[in-house]
Design a protein around this ligand. Sequence first.
Ligand code: FE2
Length: 248
Amino acid sequence: MGVKTSRYTMYTDIIYTMLVTKLLQFVMFMSKKYAIDESHSIGHSMDVLIKAHNIYEAEVERFDDLRAKRRVIYVSAILHDMCDKKYMDESRGIREIENFLEEKMEPEEIDMTKTIISTMSYSKVKRDGFPCLGEYQMAYHIVREADLLSAIDFDRCMIFTMYKNDRTVYEAFDDAFDLFQNRVFRHREDGLYLCDYSKAQDPILRVEAEKRIQDWRKVLCIRERGTYGSPAPPPLSSSPDKGGFIRG
Ligand SMILES: [Fe+2]
């Protein structure tokens, strides 16, 4: 029995490894096809996968039936931005994902993967609330919260703005700063975390992001409004700053 269990474990591990490889290759293919920049391509897929895994590990102790949802969690985490309307027609992306997953997962798993990735975005949750996904509810929250945690990355936010809108690094800083104040740093108070792991990780990532913001201020000679003093260079722009900062 022990040998059988061991062989079975080894077999399922190989299947998982093969699937993860194919999924990440699909992400690279889609990213090239739809010009998905690095803020939402393979690096982000890997980050959300690892974070989803960590949340899963913490939650599976409480919700034993999550074990059967592990594959849907991993697949959804890797593919979740491959139908993002920022880069493509959403329904077209979903169709390509469905075709890719055919014969790699059970029909129910494919349906749930499609449902999770098409309802988990911040804007859709703000607009529609959480969907009711029955026995897949926790799987949904794990993937959604992994993506929220992955969003607490200030550089990634700047990178997206610079690629998408061809902005300067100063404009990217301002846009990212606004987004972090109005949205990213409010995840907890907005009640977007249900998993204890996410609630615990959020403040840790927030400290790192705040440090990153301070580092960028130094690199770009950006100071908080009202904190002029030596050795402060004068602002280059005479227009009011959106983010409450002076660029120097
Ligand atoms: Fe994402």
